[in-house]
Design a protein around this ligand. Structure first.
Ligand code: SF4
Length: 286
């Protein structure tokens, strides 16, 4: 196999990301963009790419990390987030489940079929609240092409077609308190992200979350990777099919209200975070 040239590879990966940002108008002049920075390779590449994009466009960038409270795992990611934010001179706001909710994920995960359920609910909630408080108009996430295909198949398998509204590089504003997501790595394959991190010797968090093996996402990821090895182009074909089925003009977003308990946007009367806290109340002794 030909040896990869670092300069060419970097040019290719950053120009693809820049095209997504400009083609889909992910960022506007003078906006504040919050970036969800876990310290994993995808969020770290997103941080580097947006920092570079500031050479093209004038906007503010603030990183937010959320420590879910997973012993022996998350602190390594936070260290990588701190280091990369410092190296790139980007402000980092550090949040945690413990400070915001008074429990760690490790304290409550056993009450759920998968730890990813409360993890995702509270992480999204904290990210959204923090981004809203700092006046950010968008939250940039590190979702790559593989994540996007996995998410689509998960929604498909669950019959949760409302989630299809989360598909695509840019989500619409559907409620003033729900900060829309942008995904600059939307068409970047996961293996390219890994190659970028290795070629450039970037400090990233590589460990697997100890809870990930229980998730539907992990099973779908394995299915996709196994079939991609046997039938090259498998993932790309699925992505093409999705793009043909859905147009980003389809309005399938849910109508949102404000949670009667905490005021956060929700499609029900009570948001998922409040619902979970209520069900956990006796155990977390609040
Ligand atoms: Fe949270 Fe699941 Fe991701 Fe672990 S794998 S960090 S539990 S969402």
């Amino acid at each position: 196999m030909a040896k990869l040239n670092k300069k060419d590879f970097n040019e290719k990966i950053f120009s693809r990301i820049n095209s997504v940002i400009s083609d889909y108008r992910l960022i506007e002049e003078n906006e504040i963009i919050a970036i969800a920075l876990s310290g994993g390779k995808d969020s770290v590449l997103t941080l580097h790419a947006l920092k570079k994009y500031q050479e093209i466009m004038d906007f503010d960038l603030i990183a937010i990390s959320v420590d879910e409270g997973i012993a022996g795992y998350r602190s390594h990611g936070i260290n990588a987030a701190v280091q990369n934010a410092k190296d790139l001179n980007v402000e980092l706001i550090q949040k945690s489940f413990k400070e915001e909710e008074d429990f760690d994920l490790d304290d409550i995960y056993m009450n759920f079929k998968s730890a990813c359920i409360p993890c995702g609910v509270f992480r999204r909630n904290i990210l959204n609240k923090t981004a809203y408080e700092i006046g950010a108009s968008k939250i940039a996430t590190g979702h790559n092409l593989d994540d996007e295909i996995q998410s689509f198949l998960m929604s498909f398998a669950r019959g949760d077609t409302i989630k299809f509204s989360k598909y695509g590089p840019k989500l619409d504003v559907i409620h003033p308190k729900l900060i829309p997501r942008i995904k600059p790595l939307w068409n970047t394959p996961e293996k390219d992200v890994g190659t970028w991190a290795i070629l450039n010797d970037i400090n990233i968090h590589l460990d697997e979350c100890p809870y990930s093996y229980l998730s539907l996402r992990a099973k779908i990821k394995e299915f996709l990777n196994v079939n991609e090895d046997i039938h090259p182009g498998f993932k790309e074909n699925i992505m093409k099919s999705f793009n043909n089925i859905l147009t980003f003009d389809d309005d399938i977003s849910p109508n949102l209200n404000e949670c009667l308990k905490c005021g956060e946007p929700t499609s029900s009367n009570i948001c998922k975070a409040c619902e979970i806290k209520e069900s956990l109340n006796p155990e977390i002794n609040r």
